[in-house]
Ligand binder design. Structure first.
Ligand code: FE2
Ligand code: FE2
Length: 304
């Protein structure tokens, strides 16, 4: 048993204040366990991991980030992990080995065909590595894979939803109504949504539509970080695009001269991953595990 030492200025009439007072005391008294009174969950989400440069900076920096920000749950978008185009089963498992709990993806999910056999290998196991790679939930019914993962970290249940936009992208099912359907079956309070979409308007709209019903809505796909992170009035943390984790001396990850050449010539071009100015882009979201409401969202950009 630990006796809480307080001073007379601290109002203990609200449990939240009691918890804060306990945390403050815990920081100055190493005898108390560091997680005493903890009711929040910290989520790190890493934006589209692009090719070997992206995978390498995650490998080099993830464990320090987890320690520095006291992260409980690590999520990432891995749709570009294989030289910019899709993800293979061994690369997914490498990323899990680095400490990522669940991988979301997007329009590049089918670029490496072996991902289909990987999805089929999950074989009903709800927590196998193959089951922890998601593809957008609003793809046509019957496609391989899943767009929702439900798990728990420690004793905190959580859910991850992957959606894809329809503006300037393939015409999949309606992501708004697919989200409604999924939310009917999810029991967890902590719910993370990756909206993989081209149009800022579509991502913003999904953020507002889901405000108060999920913990986090992040945008991915455009590979350029936006500076609009905020907690919406209903308690949903939001950002339009987390940004790519990969080479920024590029056009969204690809060698810039190839893309500029394609704009000039309009000829088919074989894309190659760039290598320079590698950065890791991510957000940290602090949320209350009892309500699923976000308290804070912080944007990170880590460079070598
Ligand atoms: Fe991407
Ligand atoms: Fe994408």
């Amino acid at each position: 048993m630990y006796r809480l030492v307080t001073n007379s200025n601290i109002d203990l009439s609200f449990p939240e204040k009691l918890i804060e007072a306990t945390r403050a005391h815990s920081r100055s008294n190493p005898v108390l366990p560091s997680n005493f009174g903890k009711t929040y969950v910290r989520i790190l989400f890493i934006g589209d991991i692009f090719g070997r440069p992206g995978r390498t900076i995650v490998k080099d920096r993830l464990s320090a980030l987890v320690k520095e920000h006291a992260i409980d749950l690590v999520l990432a978008n891995g749709e570009n992990a294989a030289a910019g185009f899709g993800i293979t089963p061994p690369l997914a498992e490498d990323l899990f080995e680095m400490g990522i709990d669940v991988l979301t993806t997007g329009n590049h999910i089918w670029d490496k065909r072996e991902i289909i056999d990987y999805f089929n290998s999950a074989d009903g196991n709800p927590h196998s590595p193959a089951r922890r790679v998601l593809r957008p939930a609003n793809y046509p019914p019957g496609m391989p894979g899943w767009g929702l993962y439900e798990g728990s970290k420690g004793d905190v249940p959580y859910a991850v939803i992957n959606l894809q936009g329809r503006v300037f992208m393939a015409s999949n099912d309606d992501p708004f109504r697919v989200a409604d359907q999924l939310l009917k079956e999810i029991k967890a309070k902590v719910i993370f949504v990756d909206v993989h979409a081209e149009a800022t308007s579509e991502k913003k709209s999904l953020g507002w539509y889901l405000d108060g019903r999920v913990t986090v809505v992040v945008g991915t796909h455009t590979h350029v970080p936006t500076a609009d992170e905020q907690v919406l009035p209903g308690g949903t943390a939001y950002i339009t695009d987390v940004g790519m984790t990969g080479p920024y001396d590029s056009v969204i990850g690809v060698k810039k001269e190839l893309i500029v050449g394609k704009f000039l010539s309009n000829m088919p071009t074989r894309f190659e991953a760039a290598t320079g100015d590698v950065r890791l882009c991510a957000v940290v979201v602090d949320c209350d595990e009892r309500t699923g409401r976000a308290r804070d969202i912080t944007r990170l950009m880590v460079r070598y």
